[in-house]
Design a protein around this ligand. Structure first.
Ligand code: MN
Length: 425
């Protein structure tokens, strides 16, 4: 399937507009609410949402090894993903087959297709998964160097451990929300001069972080690490992750145990989980790792993925400015290295854990994945289309992150992560 798609894009009998994020080859998974209020698992082809429970009710999802097809009726993808990577991949292949242009089974059937197919804009997208555990890594070398230079020490911005292990911290799941959810500006402590005399109030340095996140599809035993060659089997797919960050709060609180209040007030994901099968053709080599990682972290050469990420600010008046173009190919530590390191000590994982990459910055100034870096901690304002400037987010600004992979005429999109900043209470 992968080989065929590289040379001849698959065609569907459902219309797919030019440049759509959702060609037949993508088949991402999400959860949405139908106009009648029913919550179902969906996929999407072009501008059409496909109700997977209704599809399964027609008998079209039988014999995939998924013992209970009611998984498509639940308000999260957790039970579906718990079937594991192979069965989820088989379901994706089946869906591609059903909607291929030369398959008449559903296309020409007398069955009521309106129960299966809906205009995507009539389906309200919800949280795709119940997030079990959440880790945020810090895997972009450029980002870590920039933050280290600004917050700590220009001459040695990386901590001595950084090139030896994928640094990360455990975050909260309760405040991870789906695209479209507004986030209130947090209040907290900060120390403007960093001199030890803190003040309290609304954050004056509210930022985004352009990240991707991967999702796991298995439960492992406590005490049982995942070897790097097996890591892929535990990863079902990826989505966009906007790790909103209050830099003034973060800077004051983060030593010695890392971010706390500066990060936990809201993170915004895109609603569609794009499968690793769909992303497989977009594998690329990662940056050279020097020093060579320890053996348990040594992996394949093409350990990264070529996924473009774009962040834009939309002002309350409606004008939108693209402020960042970055790419997951810049990540120093790859997703298999991250998951392997996470479990090295015997820490177990569960179905629908979420592991974020950390803000992704590239080498060029317009590829920096946060306003902290784009504005260089406020010293270099970002100019917007409407003539105004930003160093950090204003109240009522909307931050939009889009992501897509593109190659030889094939485009696989993630959709969007959108959030609007509400004023502090
Ligand atoms: Mn982050």
């Amino acid at each position: 399937m992968v080989k065929k798609a590289k040379t001849s894009p698959l065609r569907s009998w459902i219309e797919v507009p030019e440049g759509s994020d959702f060609p037949l080859y993508n088949i991402p998974f999400g959860v949405g609410r139908r106009p009648n209020g029913k919550v179902r698992c969906f996929t999407r082809i072009g501008n059409t949402a496909v109700d997977l429970y209704m599809l399964a009710s027609l008998g079209l999802m039988d014999e995939l090894g998924i013992p209970d097809l009611r998984v498509f009726k639940w308000a999260s993808l957790n039970d579906f993903f718990a079937n594991g990577r192979e069965r989820v991949a088989a379901a994706r292949e089946r869906i591609i087959n059903i909607f291929s242009e030369n398959n008449p089974v559903l296309r020409t059937s007398h069955l009521d297709k309106t129960k299966v197919l809906l205009p995507a804009d009539q389906v309200q997208m919800l949280m795709p998964i119940k997030v079990r555990d959440y880790t945020d890594f810090y895997s972009s070398k450029e980002h870590a160097e920039h933050v280290g230079a600004m917050f700590r020490d220009k001459s040695s911005p990386l901590q001595p451990n950084w090139l030896h292990l994928p640094v990360g911290y455990h975050g909260r799941t309760s405040s991870i929300v789906v695209s479209g959810t507004a986030i209130r500006r947090p209040k907290g402590q900060s120390s403007p001069s960093n001199a030890g005399k803190p003040v309290f109030g609304p954050s004056k340095a509210l930022d985004f972080e352009a990240e991707t996140a991967f999702i796991t599809c298995s439960n492992t035993e406590l005490g049982q690490p995942i070897e790097i060659g097996q890591a892929d089997q535990h990863i079902i797919g990826m989505l966009i992750f906007n790790d909103l960050s209050a830099r003034d709060i973060q800077q004051w609180e983060y030593v010695p145990l890392g971010p706390f209040q500066g990060k936990s007030f809201g993170s915004v994901i895109s609603p569609w989980v794009v499968t690793m099968e769909a992303l497989e053709p977009f594998r690329v080599a990662g940056p050279e790792q020097n020093p060579k990682p320890m053996p348990y972290l040594q992996t394949r050469k093409d350990r990264n993925f070529d996924i473009c990420i774009e962040a834009s600010i939309r002002t309350p008046e409606g004008s939108e400015t693209l402020i960042c173009k970055t790419n997951t190919r810049y990540l120093y530590w790859s997703i298999d290295q991250q998951l392997t390191h996470q479990t090295l000590n015997g820490c177990n994982i569960r179905v629908c854990d979420l592991y974020a990459s950390g803000a992704i910055s590239g080498p060029e100034p317009d590829s920096y994945g946060s306003m902290l870096e784009l504005s260089w901690n406020g010293s270099n304002p970002i100019h917007l289309e409407d003539g105004t400037q930003r160093t950090f987010l204003n109240d009522h600004d909307t931050l939009i992150i889009r992501a897509f992979a593109e190659k030889q005429g094939m485009r696989i999109g993630f959709g969007e992560s959108v959030t609007t900043v509400l004023p502090a209470l």
